[in-house]
Write a protein that binds this ligand. Sequence first.
Ligand code: SF4
Ligand code: SF4
Length: 400
Amino acid sequence: MSNIVVNEICNLRCPYCFASEFVNKQPKEMTMEDFKTALNFVLSDRSDRQVGLIGGEPCLYPHINEALRMALDDVRADPVMIYTNGVELEKIDPAILEDIKFRMLVNCNSPADMGQAKFDKMRENLLKFKNEHFGEGRFRLSVNLYKPDFDYTYIIPIVQELGFDTIRLSISVPSKATIGSMTALEYFDTMKPVAMAFVGDMIRCGCLTGFDCNFLPECVLTPEEHEGLQNVKDIFYSGLSKNYSRTFWQRAILCETHTCTPVIDILPDLNAIRCFGLSEYTKVPISHFRNMKDLRQFYIDNVDRQSLKYVSSPKCKGCYEGESGNCSGGCHIFKADQIFGGKNLELDEAHKNAHYEHNPDKLEEMKEHDHDHNCEHHHHHHDDDGPADIDGDGCGCGCC
Ligand code: SF4
Ligand code: SF4
């Protein structure tokens, strides 16, 4: 799953916002030309068919309908997802909302954080999506637990009204200030009670919780808590195993995954980041990468593997889970100083000198105008070139 960050402007000011580095500072917006390049890059190999549009608030992107249509019409893409707060959903064409490949993850904030009027509008939009645009099964809610005393009770009536059987839960990646004052495990200890209470209350509403990244490390739970959750999970699994994917089950109720893999978000200026949590340190231009696989491997080598060398809390030293690579001790951001030394990642020699064109239109233009002039040394004929090489590797000259 990779995401295209189409804009940086947002209509809300969520206190936990992981995109706060970008949002509303000097909000940037992707041109349609660059959206095409980003989309093509995301789908550049068969590693992933799912495409996400994210912001800011993507519904406020002036080209949102054109961009969604382009993604939905691409046979390589399925599904196409937007990450939205749902307040401005009416900006999206009904035909798009009803497209079978269209999905929505709705970040459902509390009325206290977003204001009652916006909360009510979101709720109405979601009911409409479900009842008038046949949205059932094509959207999910997501809740950010961002403080130990977070009051999530607002979610219960909306979950019941919309009839959800799953909900995504995220223990927010903490701010720099929080990281500075406590270790990862101290942070998770403060967040455990609210996370456990949420999981329990959702189950009572008939709703399975699935953890988003920044996974709760296993050692944060006592053996009794672990066993209790495992028993509940076993009961649900025995009845519903076929209803949800393997990945969902791994993260459901009791999270069995304790380390993340690169998400890859492409920013409006066509720099990629490994994920929002690490946006400050992992910007690299996609034009230096042959395809998604190449970029993912770069992040694995330069972030994920490096992270294994360090611990996020003193207790992790010598821990088998950590040393075997099963547990990262929470989000890699807890180890940012050690991994990145306060700087952005640098490209290695191989990528520094590479350049790839990911927009098929630009390739066509180059073929039409420049190929004959610049590539006289080629022994094949222009007419025989066939379709544009979207990976841009061609013969190595960079223009075919
Ligand atoms: S490093 Fe991992 S846990 Fe942290 S924000 Fe990125 S994907 Fe999520
Ligand atoms: S590495 Fe071990 S001690 Fe550290 S958070 Fe993970 S399970 Fe806990």
